[in-house]
Design a protein around this ligand. Structure first.
Ligand SMILES: *[C@@H]1O[C@H](CO)[C@@H](O)[C@H](O)[C@H]1NC(C)=O
Ligand SMILES: *[C@@H]1O[C@H](CO)[C@@H](O)[C@H](O)[C@H]1NC(C)=O
Length: 186
């Protein structure tokens, strides 16, 4: 049995360890659903572009190390991939962005890391910076990438293609619809 003193010491050590490690935190402003191959692809998943072979790419997010990063998913294969400012990877699990009756999404032209109003954030990265979703025309596709605000660039790397950076790109923004309430009649 551990004594109370030993346990509180252990808790202290753990707390210090956690404080030292910055961990990506998910942003919960929008609705994200866990990708599940056994279920139908969500009807209201948000379209983000298409890959060089013509498959549609849907907006998703994933965790990589201590970073929450944007991802893109092909509905037909359910394969999700993402890229950092250097590498491209397959996501072992991901969450798909879905719209609803009051929240919809649009791509707006942007440049140089300009902070667009209502830009969709996937969460934070290892250095506690918010991470945003961008897309650009690249290698005859329109590919969802990662917006590094500090570098003022959209980074896109897909499949075996080489890394590309864009200082002009599109950013995903949220649009909130006003629900028209039926007036109460008395
Ligand atoms: C849409 O999602 C937002 C965020 O979760 C929620 O606040 C809102 O109530 C939802 N709208 C509808 C009509 O379900
Ligand atoms: C976190 O995001 C910032 C801002 O975009 C970027 O400069 C930094 O390199 C990122 N850190 C990591 C570990 O990805």
């Amino acid at each position: 049995m551990y004594s109370v003193k030993q346990l509180s010491l252990l808790a202290l050590v753990l707390a210090q360890l956690l404080a030292g490690i910055q961990c990506g935190v998910y942003d919960n402003t929008d609705n994200w659903v866990l990708g599940d191959k056994t279920k139908n692809f969500p009807e209201n998943a948000v379209l983000g572009g298409f890959d060089p072979t013509g498959y549609n790419l849907y907006v998703a997010r994933t965790v990589s190390g201590s970073n929450i990063l944007p991802a893109r998913v092909v509905a037909e294969t359910r394969v999700g991939t993402f890229n950092t400012d250097t590498a491209v990877n397959t996501a072992t699990s991901y969450e798909l962005l879905v719209s609803n009756a009051t929240l919809s999404y649009q791509w707006v032209r942007s440049y140089d890391g300009y902070r667009e109003k209502n830009a969709v954030s996937v969460g934070t990265n290892a250095t506690n910076d918010q991470v945003f979703i961008c897309r650009a025309r690249s290698d005859s596709g329109q590919i969802i990438g990662t917006l590094y605000l500090a570098q003022k660039k959209c980074y896109v790397r897909y499949g075996t293609l080489s890394l590309k950076t864009f200082d002009k790109y599109e950013v995903l923004v949220r649009e909130q619809k006003i629900v028209n309430w039926i007036p109460y009649d008395n």
